[in-house]
Design a protein around this ligand. Structure first.
Ligand code: SIN
Length: 326
């Protein structure tokens, strides 16, 4: 029967598709081993949860620590392809946990505004584990994707729904590894139903960094942007070495409310002098930079404070530099 109400599962690898030699192994395993059909087979009632048909595509098969621009662009293009189809209601992306928040932020920035929901999900334990979390997360992600209030790019893991901007992986091992910190979760998935406590924002909300069509995103040769940090014993050597190698943008994971080690500041000034943009983020796990009362407007020759954690800021700066290329 032709179904006009499909959910598309796009698989990219990760621990959710990982396998270990023994069921007792929750850490010593290999990510990205199972194909998308095997992930679906572990959730027998997934079609009922979707309330329609399930379509699948294996977009990539990698450990997400190895995520790269080419895979992101391929994924974004497949999202746009499926989202444009009238018979598709929502997308679910299976992904590794390690860079999941970066992919979520990238998609939130490049997918067309008003897109149907795109829900990323993952697992902290491989599919072969005694208590694998992947099947439940996949079921919850599909339940969330077909919820009437779902919008934009969301992350579902451990029964929680997070927004792409706030979500961060905060724990290397625990099943509930993700947090939206002070913003709080958007909701919870309970017995196949979402209980929202905040309404999600749509894709490209909050200042889309990519103004154009994802077809125009280059597959490679993205601007080289690095994250550097301000820390005890810091100096400017790392920044100067990067400048010598041609780095095109810098994000500083600064202390506290954006403070910089005095030994780092001259190197950052040298970067700005060379027209290499410098964005300041905080290395704190929660909150965002707060401007001092009466502070003068930002000047182009100063580092720019941003309200994103360092690795999401890095993506936004890359997209901004790409947009400037025209
Ligand atoms: C990965 O990020 O692909 C491996 C780790 C994980 O999914 O938890």
């Amino acid at each position: 029967m032709v179904n006009s109400n499909n959910v598309v599962i796009l698989a990219t690898g990760g621990t959710i598709a990982g396998t270990a030699a023994h069921a007792s192994q929750a850490v010593g395993y290999t990510a990205a081993q199972l194909g998308v059909e095997q992930l679906l087979a572990a959730v027998p009632d997934l079609g009922e949860v979707a309330g329609g048909g399930l379509l699948t595509e294996q977009v990539a098969q990698l450990d997400s620590k190895d995520m790269d621009a080419a895979t992101w662009v391929a994924l974004a293009r497949r999202c746009v392809h499926w989202l444009a189809r009238d018979d598709v209601r929502a997308l679910v992306i299976t992904h590794g946990t390690d860079t999941l928040e970066e992919t979520a932020w990238f998609l939130q920035q490049v997918l067309p505004s008003g897109s149907k929901p795109v829900v990323l999900t993952c697992a902290m334990r491989p599919a072969t584990a005694l208590l694998a979390d992947g099947p439940q997360n996949l079921r919850d992600a599909v339940a969330c994707a077909v919820d009437a209030h779902a919008a934009g790019v969301l992350v579902v893991a451990a029964g929680q729904v997070h927004g792409a901007r706030a979500v961060r992986k905060l724990h290397p091992y625990r099943v509930d590894a993700f947090s939206s910190a002070e913003q709080g979760v958007l909701g919870w998935v309970e017995e196949g139903q979402v209980r929202w406590q905040q309404r999600p924002v749509g894709a490209a909300a909050g200042g889309a960094a990519w103004p154009g069509d994802v077809a125009n995103l280059p597959d490679s040769d993205w601007p080289w942007v690095e994250v550097v940090s301000s820390h005890a014993g810091c100096d400017g050597c790392a920044v100067d070495a990067l400048l010598a190698q041609g780095v095109q943008g810098l994000v500083v994971a600064a202390t506290g409310n954006g403070s910089l080690h005095r030994a780092l500041e001259p190197a950052l000034q040298r970067a700005l002098h060379k027209r290499v943009p410098v964005w300041i983020s905080t290395r704190c796990g929660e909150g965002q930079l707060v401007a001092a009362q009466g502070m003068a407007a930002q000047h182009a020759s100063q580092p720019r404070p941003v309200d994103l954690p360092p690795f999401k800021a890095r993506i936004s700066l890359q997209l901004e530099l790409l947009a400037q290329r025209g």
